[in-house]
Design a protein around this ligand. Sequence first.
Ligand code: NAP
Ligand code: MG
Length: 505
Amino acid sequence: MTTATRGEPAPIPTPRPQAVLTPLNTGSEALWAYDPAPERIRPEISPSYGLFIGGTFTPSASGATMPTLNPATDETICQVARGEQADVDRAVQAARDALPAWSALPGKERGKYLFRIARRIQERARELAVLETIDGGKPIRESRDIDIPLAAAHFFYHAGWCDKLRYAFAGREPTPVGVCGQIIPWNFPLLMAAWKLAPALACGNTAVLKPAETTPLTALRLAEICKEVGLPDGVVNIITGAGETGAALVNHPGVDKIAFTGSTEVGKRIAKAVAGTKKKLTLELGGKSPNIIFEDASIDQAIEGIVQGIYFNQGHVCCAGSRLFVQESVLDDVVTRLQRRLASLRVGDPLDKNTDVGAINSKAQLETIERYLQAGRDEGATLHEVNGSTLPSAGSWCRPCFFTGVQPSQTVAREEIFGPVLAVMSFRTPDEAISRANNTPYGLAAGIWTDKGSKIFEIASRLKAGVVWLNTYNKFDPASPFGGFKQSGFGREGGMHGLRAYVRL
Ligand code: NAP
Ligand code: MG
């Protein structure tokens, strides 16, 4: 900023260079694109990574490896070890060996390690964000502003609990469960690892974590961080691999607790496998969460929340607000504004800081989404594909879209799509909204949009969902518990409630 000398006229400020605006869509509503703003740092990536067992990176016993791809380009990023039964045996043994010393450590000392991990995640945040985006396809803006800061926040939050566990369970003496087998999905790779490891470690347990096949890289960086902060060997073990690796962990007799986040289908299989054993179990599964807009809501605010709720992370969000119920009197208005907002979303290079919607995580997931789009059309719903972004020639992409004219019995209203696809339906009365919102086998999350406080409390108390957001959506905090009802699973993660899964009382 320039300042004027007393008595002289203030200099005329030099105009700032303007971004070059190029028309993106032609037609009645011209939109404008920003110049590209690519994230330029490229973290170092080795050609191959081993399993992290007992504090050392080692190849799998059979030498088997698998590639991890960049879903935005279809290029292979590197190879990672494919863990098998023998590797799971080694990892569980390492966790068992580390357990006595780790669980005997005073809480204050354990807390120091968690604080260090949190700080190191912050220090390496940019590198982690880029890796998350390259490996999983999510926009850099999300990995930078949501995934990585929240992962650090989870370690910070749980570091604080380490020496206060007795106060979390008044009058009772919590002891660790033992060796925890933890299996996570690909939609929030580092964040899910933090959700699992931070409470387990805080409560004095040791862990074997299995990341998803398509997104192992940030979990392996977290393994490096564990080494950097001097975490005792074997407290955290990371086994990359496929579904069978996860199954081997679930069935391992040396594991005391299974924590799983993933699909309801695999969750059910795990529940069966664990039934009749002494293993503790928590399941965080799928959802088909409703967003309800009343006629008295601030419609623009609601549209922004709906867009956050379903198009955020390409709809790869277990609590995505994938069913939208709109009060009949404002239905047309909401649909018009939704169309306009969708047309303005930028789909494309996930490493571009202006990108709103990145790549679909895998070819398999894209095929699933496309099957659902076809099912919606076949069953008579109307598909609105209003986004005109130019898509890259390689990679897996799906433009954000929505269905209207949806009947509750149709597939797109019932099943989890896990993509940027919204089903819009209408209702007349609050009672109808509640009964339709609750008419699902899931119960993970819900959103309510209204100007009336009394309505909020009444409706929220009658919705069968683990989380109910009011005039907002998809907001997370390590201090608030997250988890579902019905087929969305059981047990809570985060907050004081989340500690319960990792202690015996
Ligand atoms: P998924 O197929 O169930 O996979 C989840 C994890 O389980 C992956 O690491 C997977 O390994 C592993 N796995 C697969 N088969 C297994 C088996 N038989 N035994 C043990 N582990 C096994 O789910 P996804 O498609 O990756 O993730 C999407 C689903 O996760 C959605 O349904 C979503 O709603 C749910 N999700 C829920 C939450 C929540 O908090 N409730 C959060 C995020 C996601 P591979 O990757 O190697 O197959
Ligand atoms: Mg990948």
